[in-house]
Write a protein that binds this ligand. Structure first.
Ligand code: HEM
Length: 217
């Protein structure tokens, strides 16, 4: 059990770091178009052409898969234990709605990631779906792919709304990951709770507001 929890914690922390980098890069999208297009496309091309980033990307895909599989295994285990009456504590009274529903929140995020990868990754990296434009340097115009997606109001609502379950999941997940890895310092835990809250709020508001700003650009 501890091994599974540690894998969830380690992969989760890695995904948290990825989200910081991903949000920083996507913040370029809120800049005026003449600056944003070149910056976003150069950043995206540099990433796609770097051999080191390719390795990091494989670690990222593996982390998402391991995180989801082990979380699913633990959720099934917990449900079995609960139905057999093994849980001694008053589970519902002792834990928050978020901590009881991490599985549900995780599945919602997984659905988001599948749609998101179909929107971007499959089009940009695999060339699937509608043809993609090339920028002035002959590279895939990732800015245009993003801009045109967020001209569709349904996608804007989908992306912005699903950042709420993401935030709830991150808020509980970040704290839990450190605790699973043995972080139990009393004062430190209070600081950790605040850091998790601020981190989750920045991710929800940051990722949630970008599609809205791009829509109205
Ligand atoms: C405003 C919101 C977002 C925008 C505009 C956005 C944009 C993008 C783009 C353009 C790519 C393709 C990059 C490339 O190959 O050049 C991408 C990849 C990806 N995004 Fe997002 N993203 C957003 C939010 C998120 C969120 C919230 C998550 C996770 C919960 C996420 C997870 C990923 C993953 C896992 C990849 C694949 C990474 C890779 O292969 O390099 N994204 N995103």
């Amino acid at each position: 059990m501890y091994f599974k929890k540690s894998i969830i914690a380690l992969t989760g922390l890695f995904l948290c770091v990825f989200l910081i980098v991903h949000l920083s890069a996507n913040s370029i999208l809120v800049l005026p178009e003449d600056v944003a297009r070149d910056m976003y496309n150069s950043y995206s091309t540099t990433l796609r052409e770097s051999p080191l980033i390719k390795i990091v990307a494989y670690v990222l895909y593996l982390s998402i898969i391991l995180h989801a599989i082990y979380a699913l295994l633990i959720t099934i285990n917990n449900r079995k234990a609960k139905s057999k009456g093994y849980t001694m504590n008053r589970f519902k009274e002792n834990s928050s709605w978020t901590s009881q529903n991490m599985g549900l929140l995780g599945i919602t995020i997984l659905i988001f990631i599948v749609v998101h990868l179909a929107n971007f990754w499959a089009r940009i990296k695999l060339g699937m779906g509608e043809g993609v434009d090339l920028d002035s340097k002959g590279h895939v115009d990732v800015y245009e792919v993003t801009y045109s997606l967020f001209q569709n109001g349904y996608y804007v609502i989908f992306y912005s709304l699903l950042m709420i379950p993401l935030g709830l999941h991150l808020h509980h997940g970040l704290k839990s990951a450190f605790m699973t890895l043995g972080f139990y310092h009393k004062k430190g835990l209070k600081i950790l709770a605040k850091v998790s809250l601020v981190y989750a709020a920045i991710m929800t508001v940051g990722f949630g507001i970008i599609p809205i700003i791009v829509f109205f650009k």
